[in-house]
Write a protein that binds this ligand. Structure first.
Ligand SMILES: C[S@@+](CC[C@H](N)C(=O)[O-])C[C@H]1O[C@@H](n2cnc3c(N)ncnc32)[C@H](O)[C@@H]1O
Length: 374
């Protein structure tokens, strides 16, 4: 078995990173990683990208990335045949350099392909192999904590290749933003909202209108981008407890913010409750005074802006009602003045105007798409 592993946690040398994002939106993540770190990422499989960068990227991406869910440090990627090969692999990694004896850990495995074992077998066997590393050296062993571990080892088995990585983000995915104090029943993932703004070509300071804003995800993500404020304030990622990383470097980046451009962002919704939720979330994000929010009907407003970015209703109404709404909204949109519109919907067939680009997406079992209209 050929193994390329890191014997010691290096300072200032390059690491291999894995990052997860929304499947089908990897291109947005790749662009953002390049902009923030200069690294050239490639897709390993749907929803995951891989790149090489200085360890500084782990701090930068946790504090600044708007499209990523989880960032991991790859320890080894290698072909394997049996479960015993996987266990043997642990014996060759410098595990005690990453995980202190007094810390707790969990092993989480994801498996794809034909194997004679399941993910729970991988988790159990590799967890034991990690403990054995400490026992064999007469050291106290770290505790297993499946609910709230200090450090999560991620084992990704795809066909005959295994990857072992340390999850630097931890339990809470980066898309769970702190400002979401009020949820909409159909609220959009903030990382998808950011991706839609990118497809719209949104630049800091541009006028952006979301005429059906629900709890405000798109306007809030756009405003945070414009102001260059961190999207992950109060997040406390796992890396801040790692013995081989420096939490100050992360906290410093969280403080060095708010040097951006004043946004010109508007969020509207026909429902007073949604408008209230947008205000509550924007207040929590500390940007309420930077955006305009009000109750309006998107089918009758005057649309004059640089970009329109919106997440259309698609689930709750009857087909007839939806068709009437889509017809009225797009007719009104066409009467307006704007450069680019980007909409998210599961009902592309109801969109009555010409579409320049379609990005098909899968959200759980639902097939949706992001449509770009020029
Ligand atoms: C899919 S939700 C938007 C969710 C939002 N992106 C979020 O993250 O919370 C669609 C929204 O469109 C609003 N809506 C429906 N018809 C509307 C209309 N004619 N004018 C304005 N808003 C409308 C609904 O009230 C709902 O909040």
């Amino acid at each position: 078995m050929s193994i390329e592993s890191r014997p010691e946690p290096p300072a200032g040398t390059e690491w291999v990173f894995l990052a997860t994002t929304n499947r089908d939106l990897e291109a947005v993540a790749i662009d953002e990683i390049e902009a923030l770190t200069g690294a050239d990422a490639t897709v390993t499989h749907p929803g995951m990208v891989r790149f090489t960068a200085d360890i500084a990227a782990v701090y930068t991406l946790h504090a600044r990335a708007r499209s990523l869910h989880r960032i991991m440090l790859e320890l080894v990627r290698t072909p394997f045949e049996t479960l015993d090969d996987l266990t043997a692999l642990i014996g060759r990694l410098a595990i005690p350099a990453y995980l202190g004896s007094e810390q707790s850990f969990a092993v989480r495995a994801k498996r794809r392909g034909e194997h004679s074992f399941g993910s729970p077998d991988v988790e159990r066997e590799l967890g034991q192999a990690i403990i054995d590393r400490y026992r064999s050296q007469g050291q106290p062993r770290p505790a297993v904590d499946l609910d709230d571990p200090d450090l999560i080892f991620r084992i990704i088995v795809r066909g005959n290749t295994v990857t072992v990585a340390i999850d630097a983000t931890g339990q809470r995915s980066l898309h769970r933003r702190w400002y979401r104090v009020r949820e909409h029943e159909a609220s959009l993932r903030p990382t998808i909202a950011y991706a839609m703004c990118q497809y719209a070509g949104y630049q800091p300071g541009d006028r952006l209108l979301d005429p059906m804003c629900g709890c405000g995800t798109i306007p809030i993500e756009a405003a945070l981008t414009s102001l260059d404020l961190s999207p992950t304030l109060n997040h406390d990622p796992a890396l801040t407890a790692f013995q081989f990383l420096d939490p100050q470097r992360y906290h410093q980046l969280q403080r060095d913010t708010d040097s951006g451009t004043r946004p010109a962002v508007t969020g509207l919704d026909i429902d007073d409750g949604a408008v209230e939720a947008t205000r509550a979330n924007a207040r929590e994000a500390d940007i309420l005074d930077s955006i305009t929010v009000s109750t309006e009907d998107a089918t009758v407003i005057d649309i004059e802006t640089d970009v329109v970015v919106t997440d259309l209703p698609f689930g709750i109404r009857t087909n007839t009602e939806l068709r009437v709404l889509y017809d009225a909204f797009f007719e009104n949109l066409q009467a307006g003045s704007w450069e680019r519109a980007v909409v998210h919907t599961a009902r592309e067939e109801l969109v009555p105007i010409e579409i320049s680009e379609t990005i098909p997406m899968r959200r759980g079992r639902l097939e949706t798409s992001i449509l770009v209209i020029e």
